[in-house]
Design a protein around this ligand. Sequence first.
Ligand code: NAP
Length: 519
Amino acid sequence: MQKLTSYAAGSWHEGTGEGAPIHDPHTGEAIATVDSTGLDFQAVLDHAHEVGGPALRAMTFGERAALLKALSAAIHEHREELIEISIKNAGSTRGDAKFDIDGATGTLAAYAHFGKSLGDATFLNDGEMEQLGRTKRFAGRHISVPRLGAALHINAFNFPAWGMCEKLACSILAGVPVIEKPGTPTALPAWRTAEIIVNSGVLPEGAYQFICGSTGDLLDRLGMQDCMAFTGSASTGAYLKGNENLVKNNVRVNIEADSLNAAVLGPEVDPDSETYALFLRNVALDMTQKTGQKCTATRRILVPAERVEEVKADLVAELGRTKVGDPSDRDNRMGPLSSPRQFEDVKDGIAKLQEVCDTACGGPEALFETGCYVAATLLVAKDPRAAIIHAEEVFGPVSTILAYDGSAEEAVELVTMGCGGLVTSAYSNDNDWTEAYVLGVAPWHGRVWLANERSAEQSLPPGMVLPQMVHGGPGRAGGGEELGGLRGLDFYMQRTAVQGFGGLLKDAFAPKEAAETGA
Ligand code: NAP
């Protein structure tokens, strides 16, 4: 069986332990093992600090942007191969695999574009110069410089390529070397992507290392200039954030955790309108795309009480059109859950929700004799305030309809019972209702997505995370923030207020014009 290796301190290492098996979720067969036993984690950290960091910091933003452009092209060259690997290990359909891989290359390309605009600069300016003295002779301005540490990136299993590359794009552009640790269940596509990155020779040595398996005692070794960006469940995020060494050294931590994202149907949306059609399409897409294993997928669907039966029937019909089965068959639109562990978790989660919900379609039963398949499951809450509906993220093709009275106030009250989300979507043509909803939910959300008749035809679905817009959310969503164009670099840089002679600040620390860098 294939043993997946780690790329550490300039070479590939095979673990010396037995390794944890990973599976083909279509058949349930083990296909490879993951093991980092025997790795010297101090050597990994030293290599990033002493080799990768200095090499990256010697470059301008424009030069680092050119690296990202080249990486995007190198990964794209292997697109077909990566799609096949993702089908095999993540149970992704072709469409789901493309969503992950094109998301990865697209985000790298986007950051190459953002970085090109910074040209020859080696630090960033933040805002204008401020007069601090009686005259302009004494002034101040803010600059941001790359931090001198390494970035440990711990990623979830559900986006093995995108999750790795969206963090990498911001970190490398900021000038900070990466130590990547992928989620184990889908380590094969992550490992092959890592191999492509290393073999491409695009990044300077030490700028990228890859740990396949446990991070051992690495968290206990991170220092004051290092950072850790985590994506995964709220419980793992909270546990890691509490690591004594991270707390003691004030290691920067960004947590991207789970979220009970809600879609809300406004009270006046006509059943024959494009807004209503989009609502049905987007909810069904969120439930079935990547078999519901998307942190941004809709878990709660708020519907005016008098329309629950109509929406339920329409969604059941929409979900019925999704063919489920072998992800390598191009006709199928939904594959299995990504791993046997996921399969067990999702079946348990559906059964728990059923205690407080009626089942419109689907259920916790295995769909086929072999493989990690469940049906798309639509539930209807008996009581929309039942606590478990707002607390239990069932990470699969599962969503629950909640009746509300149609007012923006009640919608806000129910949605914010989720205690913090990545994204919420609202479908309404009433501007007053929409404004009240947005202002009510915004303190609890990283992103609010709106549909109305005027934009419906051009909109991209709410579950799609875009490099231009911030991603993350408060409360149980982790309290973190990623992406958002150049905002995504903030986490990897130190903002410093420089105060002194105005003439010096004006000349030496003036914003640089973008230059041609080839990015
Ligand atoms: P998970 O079980 O929390 O694991 C996340 C990552 O943490 C994995 O790489 C895991 O490695 C690692 N990990 C676990 N314990 C660790 C420890 N003690 N030390 C170091 N690393 C440790 O989550 P998951 O099952 O992979 O992903 C699903 C969850 O992620 C869902 O809840 C989903 O909502 C969330 N998610 C959030 C976002 C977002 O952007 N907010 C995006 C995607 C997914 P192993 O796999 O080796 O255990």
